[in-house]
Design a binder for this molecule. Structure first.
Ligand code: GLU
Length: 508
């Protein structure tokens, strides 16, 4: 097998979406699986759609995902420059070659004339296509004397350069995922290769670069499948060997048909970007997976399985194991539905797998955000008690606030459920018991309180609910006795006093 070399070739027209990350990931996995190279190429020939900050975003996003290129802008390599805007001279010499060999021609049709033709075709229920059938009636070098063309070019008359599509030729395309595809060149148009501003179009630059950068496999989104015939024809026109192609299925909306979009993310409250992005024009901010609390390993694992499956039950794969297992044969032909719940599930799995020390350190950082500075041992015990319930580090905080801050209010519904007219008196007696419990541990507290409840012929719940309400402010949380042990005698007692004070003076 030829040395594997693949590329991820985004246009810097905005941030990288889930689909883009997946394309980059599959390229990376494929490259590493076969000890090949993974290139990043920035396709920035469309100056009108250029968005400042997009390239930097792409680099940072790949870094966060742990799928860094072997070659690319700011990575270097022997096949640069890796930004198409810096390769104009290369494209120029190559287009000369196509003009000389008769595979491309200058076209002088003005936008107005083309628009009129489009409208006229539309009126007849047809679509105007600049193709082999019609090109001989239009204003291009195929119908002009070479002196006339030279004279127009010397005058600087606006023009584009088009590909001269073979008139009628069957084309057999092979896609690694979709198999054999047949196309007749009759159905194709004469694609513009060089625009009137002198810049190459995507098709021209993409093919030249893939060849010069020695790309062995072109792995990209399904939306580029219609470009495959013109790419193949360009390789032939240059006399180059074609790389292998693989077009990846779409990532679909969580339900129903259609491609996953930013709007789905807004509607169902999940990010579609890896990192946070601030739109330089509107200033609008879109949240990213990193900021939503996802671990990059979980994110990558989730993305990897959106369209690829090695078979079997296993769902958790580290980047290393993905590299070992990845193959294009196991990429699905049909699109994969995104699921927010599944994404959260992956994060939960990775959270549960992390060693306690690591989680404690991550949670301490979360605590700092809330201006809480607690002893490491204490934090560790909280994490240990709460981790099972959390998908995210910030959920540990949501579930454990009461270990750090006394409740400042009591949940209405919980009060209704837990508070009776005689509750205050029991809690008062309970305070005495807390004072009297010598060894203030969960076990001792449990034993003593059980005796206390029995002696008064109370139901356990009757006492536990208000106790929990006092400590937590609601009826959720860790084991009540554990909470008391953690808070200590003084803090626990104070919380009981406070609840009695607040509820005895309110209308309850
Ligand atoms: N620049 C194209 C894009 O933005 C690349 C397509 C390809 O990989 O050939 O998706």
């Amino acid at each position: 097998m030829k040395k594997v070399k693949v590329r991820f070739a985004p246009s810097p027209t905005g941030p990288l979406h889930l689909g883009g990350v997946r394309t980059a990931l599959y390229n990376y996995l494929f490259a590493k699986r076969y000890q090949g190279d993974f290139i990043l190429r920035i396709e920035d020939t469309d100056q009108e759609r250029f968005v400042p900050g997009a390239e930097g975003y792409i680099l940072k996003a790949l870094q966060w995902c742990g799928i860094e290129p072997d070659e690319g802008p700011s990575y270097g390599g022997n096949y640069g420059p890796y930004r198409q805007s810096e390769r104009k001279e290369i494209y120029k010499s190559h287009i000369e070659q196509l003009l000389k060999t008769g595979h491309a021609y200058h076209a002088f049709d003005t936008p107005e004339v083309l628009e009129t033709l489009r409208e006229a075709a539309h009126l007849q229920g047809q679509v105007f296509t600049y193709n082999a059938r019609i090109r001989e009636q239009l204003d291009n070098a195929l119908n002009l004397h070479s002196e006339e063309v030279a004279e127009r070019l010397a005058r600087g008359l606006p023009h584009v350069i088009r590909f001269k599509t073979p008139i009628s030729q069957p084309l057999k395309l092979h896609d690694e995922i979709r198999g054999q595809i047949s196309v007749d060149t009759r159905t194709l148009d004469d694609k513009i290769l060089v625009k009137s501003d002198g810049m190459p179009t995507y098709h021209l630059a993409n093919v030249i670069d893939d060849h010069l950068m020695r790309i062995s496999h072109v792995i990209r989104g399904e939306e580029w499948l219609p470009a495959m015939p013109i790419h193949l024809l360009l390789y032939r026109a240059f006399g180059w060997e074609t790389p292998q192609f693989a077009h990846l299925p779409l990532i679909l909306k969580p339900e129903g048909k259609g491609k996953l979009s930013k709007r789905d993310g807004d509607r169902l409250d999940f990010p579609v970007l890896p990192l946070r992005w601030k739109d330089p024009h509107s200033g609008a901010i879109s949240q990213g997976y990193r900021d939503a609390g996802y671990f990059s390993e979980a994110f990558i694992n989730m993305i990897a399985l959106l369209g690829w499956n090695p078979g079997g039950e296993q769902e958790l794969f580290s980047l290393e194991s993905l590299i070992k297992k990845f193959s294009l044969e196991k990429v699905n032909k049909s699109g994969a539905h995104f699921s927010k719940e599944k994404a959260q599930w992956f994060n939960q799995q990775y959270l549960q797998q992390k060693p306690l020390e690591e989680l404690t350190s991550l949670f301490s950082q979360e605590l700092k955000k809330h201006k809480i500075y607690a002893e490491n041992h204490y934090v560790q015990r909280v994490v240990e008690a709460i981790r099972d319930r959390a998908h995210f580090i910030h959920e540990i905080w949501d579930q454990s606030i009461y270990f750090f801050i006394p409740p400042d209010s009591y949940e209405e519904k919980a009060v209704k459920k837990a508070w009776r007219p005689d509750t205050a008196s029991y809690l008062d007696q309970l305070k005495d018991l807390l004072q009297a419990t010598e060894n203030f541990t969960a076990n001792h507290l449990r034993e003593n309180i059980q005796v206390f409840v029995k002696a008064r012929q109370l139901s356990f719940g009757r006492l536990m609910q208000p106790l929990r309400l006092a400590l937590v402010g609601a009826l959720y949380g860790a084991d009540v006795f554990f909470i008391m042990e953690m808070l200590g005698r003084q803090e626990s007692t104070q919380r009981l006093t406070r609840l009695c004070k607040v509820l005895s003076t309110s209308k309850h």
